[in-house]
Design a protein around this ligand. Structure first.
Ligand code: G6P
Length: 611
């Protein structure tokens, strides 16, 4: 939710900020803006994507070596120029960008109105900025001090960066609950919501922690807590290459990321799964092996696509480890006073590692004494750091807003965890363990084979691109795959789609079936296969259009399906990682056929750092 970039040093700030905003656009793209210090404060804002801001600034004198920039995903106030960031103080000397939500802004706003402040925007950001300004002008101390005082009163989540006309060699930033990375260069500093705007300039970064305030000058980075005590910055080396965040010849990031999956899954398995030796090594969670072995219950918490990974994992963990598993939407879990007992283990699943609901759910479970294991993609992210232990999904930077390669990475990690645990607990035989280990090892190759179906899938996409609704059905391990297929279609093509357990379809959704409705079946060979074929019959009998994802060599759906998409056969526990590939491609090609911006679908954001 919202991307922030700032620069201070010896370069031209605007090009650094602009490029950074483009890289962070996945976080929100309804408006953007920059503020630069060059003979006074210059603020430029524009509704729409960053390219639209760029266009309006052509020909302007943008010379400055310090500046801040923002790309927005609206929370308070509609997307428009007026509500875009940076916001400006009453005296015009301060500009501020903000990512997060100030929950008690209404109270603070009414106090400020009584003091004579006017508000030009509907945002909570302008309220916080004017609150800081008010404290600063009344107390007369430093701006940094005013920031600390203001933040002690604020309820909510934020990353803020302030630009001050009276201190043209200093940026002030602070964080609670939203991400902030500071890149350290030679005589320069780069600030951003994630490392992607920083990577081409420096690999040395500091991840700012909650309740920390940073005072940043070209040659100096001071970190303090809200009590004004200095904190030594912990410098981390980025393990990421620039190529990983560029399109590399693909039309869209989403397509690139779908096609990267044979490699990303391989990277995820590499160094962990050794099929020849029959071992799985997960050093990140090794220290919690005992607690996992004796766990009474596992609770998976996640949002969106990551929640679907949790659902697949529920089937796999229960089958292999016999530990009861619950899968919870983080946003519900955090507010319903969940029962957490000694011996419960929480597995938090997140691509970004910054999803606000998941983060807060983790904090509350931690307070109740639960052990938190994170399955996270972004290295060094907040969830990765707040979990007791975890395993990265190693999918690399995912830029397309709809999650693809992160999902298959999560499934690979969770399957390895379940397999290892089941074997250690003696719940599965050596033979089954070795069989599944080999099946998992074969996944990258099978995913590559599934991707070869791209033309067939594109043809199916063209056939159904004008549908107004779609149904996705599957059973068992493939039920969550159906949910994920429906979610992908909604996100990318704006077609209303529902995922359902194929049998449950009889209890409602079947009423929707007519000769116009495409019904996508995940119907690969597994223990539910015959039953899925019966469900297919039920749709066919009502003249629905059946599109079936089937296993290579299986012709049992040939007479029933209008269209077939063939994928390599895999053991049913492993199959979801392969079966989701056609779902991703279908959504992608339908979105493209409809002329939509598949990398930045309307209203969505990749990293949801507000509740
Ligand atoms: C957003 C993204 C989804 C993602 C979800 C959870 O809605 O658009 O793709 O699945 O957040 O995000 P996380 O980073 O926690 O996996």
């Amino acid at each position: 939710m919202c991307g922030i970039v700032a620069y201070i040093g010896h370069r031209e700030a605007y090009p650094v900020i602009l490029k950074g905003l483009k890289r962070l656009e996945y976080r929100g793209y309804d408006s953007s803006g920059v503020a630069l210090l060059n003979n006074g404060m210059k603020v430029y804002k524009k509704q729409g994507k960053v390219a639209e801001l760029e266009e309006t600034l052509v020909g302007k004198d943008l010379h400055a070596t310090i500046g801040i920039g923002h790309t927005r995903w609206a929370t308070h106030g509609e997307p428009c120029d007026r509500n875009a960031h940076p916001h400006t103080s009453k005296n015009g000397k301060l500009s501020m960008i903000h990512n997060g939500i100030i929950e008690n802004y209404a109270q603070i706003k009414s106090e400020l109105i009584k003091k004579g402040y006017n508000f030009v925007s509907d945002t909570d950001t302008e309220v916080l900025l004017k609150f800081i300004e008010d404290i600063h002008s009344n107390n007369g101390g430093s701006l940094e001090e005013a920031v600390r005082i203001a933040l002690k009163r604020v309820v909510g989540a934020y990353v803020i960066v302030l630009l001050d006309e009276d201190n043209p060699d200093t940026l002030i930033a602070a964080r609670k609950g939203s991400p902030l990375v500071i890149g350290i260069g030679k005589g320069e500093h780069f600030l951003a919501s994630d490392a992607s705007p920083i990577i081409e300039y420096t690999k040395e970064v500091v991840y700012v922690n909650d309740y920390e305030v940073a005072i940043i000058r070209p040659d100096e980075l001071i970190l303090k807590n809200l009590g004004n005590e200095k904190i030594t910055p912990f410098i981390t080396k980025l393990d990421m290459e620039l190529a990983a965040i560029e399109k590399g010849g693909y039309d869209h990031f989403m397509l690139k990321e779908i096609f990267e999956q044979p490699h990303t899954i391989f990277d995820c398995l590499r160094g962990r799964l050794d099929a020849a030796a029959g071992t799985i090594t997960m050093s990140g969670i090794q220290q919690y092996a005992e607690q996992l072995m004796t766990a009474n219950r596992i609770i998976m918490i996640a949002c969106g696509t990551s929640w679907h990974a949790g659902l697949v994992a529920e089937y796999i963990f229960e089958e292999l480890t016999r530990i009861p598993v619950e899968v919870e939407y983080a946003s519900e879990f955090r507010y319903r006073n969940p029962v957490i007992n000694k011996g419960d283990v929480i597995i938090a699943i997140s691509q970004s590692g910054e999803t606000a609901d998941t983060l807060v759910a983790i904090e509350s479970a931690k307070e109740k004494g639960a052990i938190i294991l994170g399955v996270v993609n972004v290295v060094g992210s907040s969830i990765a750091r707040t979990s007791h232990a975890g395993a990265y999904s190693h999918a690399g930077p995912e830029i397309g807003v709809a999650s693809t390669k992160a999902f298959t990475g999560q499934l690979a990690v969770l399957t390895m965890m379940a397999l290892k645990l089941g074997y250690m607990k003696g719940c599965i035989s050596e033979k089954r363990y070795m069989h599944l280990l080999n099946e998992l090892n074969d996944v990258p190759e099978k995913v590559a084979t599934a991707l070869l179906q791209k033309e067939a899938i594109e043809a199916v996409a063209h056939k159904y691109k004008n549908a107004s609704d779609a149904l996705y059905l599957g059973r068992g391990y493939n039920f969550p795959v159906a949910l994920e297929g429906a979610l992908k279609l909604k996100e990318i093509s704006y077609i209303h789609a529902e995922g359902y357990p194929a049998a449950e379809m009889k209890h409602g959704p079947i009423a929707l079936v007519d000769d116009q409705l495409p019904v996508f079946f995940v119907a690969t060979k597994d223990s539910f296969h015959e039953k899925v074929l019966s469900n297919m019959q039920e749709i066919k009998a009502r003249k629905g259009k059946v599109i079936a994802v089937v296993s290579e060599g299986d012709d049992s759906a040939n007479q029933l399906a209008d269209d077939l998409i063939v994928v390599p056969y895999a053991d049913e526990l492993i199959a979801p990682i392969i079966n989701v590939i056609p779902m991703q491609l279908l959504a992608y090609y339908i979105g493209v056929a409809k002329g939509l911006d598949v990398d930045k679908p309307r209203n969505l954001a990749k990293s949801v750092t507000v509740e």
